[in-house]
Ligand binder design. Sequence first.
Ligand SMILES: [Zn+2]
Length: 310
Amino acid sequence: MKKIYVALDDLLSLYSFPDHPFNNQRYFAFKDTLEKKKLIDLLGIIEAREAEIEELLLFHAKEYIEFVERKEKEGGYLDYGDTPIYKEIFKASKVVVGATLNCIDKAIEENTKVFNPVGGLHHAFRDRASGFCVFNDICVGINYLREKYKIKKILYFDIDAHHGDGVYYSFSEDPHLYIVDTHQRGIFPGTGDRSEKGRGKAYGTKINIDLGYGATDEEYFEELEDIEDFLGDIKVEFILLQAGCDSLSGDPITLLNLTENVHRKVTKILIEIANQQANGRMVVLGGGGYLISNIKRAWITIIEELLKNR
Ligand SMILES: [Zn+2]
């Protein structure tokens, strides 16, 4: 039986925008629920740390990293109005990446599965912040897996209600990063049309499923049949799941009608692939989700599923 790990370190609570849907109540609600349900006793704990500048440089531009550090003292926004600057934002953003890298190290070291509730900042690009995301821990993580562990074939599955544009466009021409991204059509960032399947020699290595307003589990599971066909044709060495729960019914900033059963089903499918192909190695990242009860429901469901299949 493998030990399942979760990144729980109050350093992660620093990534919290004031008067904003992305705040540290999300992290604390998740932590409290793990404690109340006594799941915490069954899990190993991963500490967070600030990512080194050299690690950020695996994906981000030097000028952009310096821009974030400089802007922290100036205030305002890092983008056009979604990502406000606050004291310690530079440190907090490095902590998210450091935690995800620690999770990757642990997944490799013990051939197991690890969850970082504050990771999954899928909108950040190489040279800019976007949509509550400063540094893209997923993209840094992908390049880290390749540099440090020589792992090339990776599956990135994103079930957040928003399209993971920062990941998709950064790797759209990379044939070894397989992407499955399901999201709500017509909301921020407005990308991820079904016709977007990767570019050049990577064409066909990515799937975007844009769900209509109010899509239900039933509709999702229909899409999942095609996705499973796609997954059946690929071979991967590592899996990353961005498990945003803003795709659940009742989220204040999105309009899908999914339940945590989607999170359960996707997790089950990915566990099986990880165990068959990737030595059991998988890192789950919390992503978005702004209704606290949905955070408790969806992320805890994933933890329970990971524990069940140790
Ligand atoms: Zn989202």
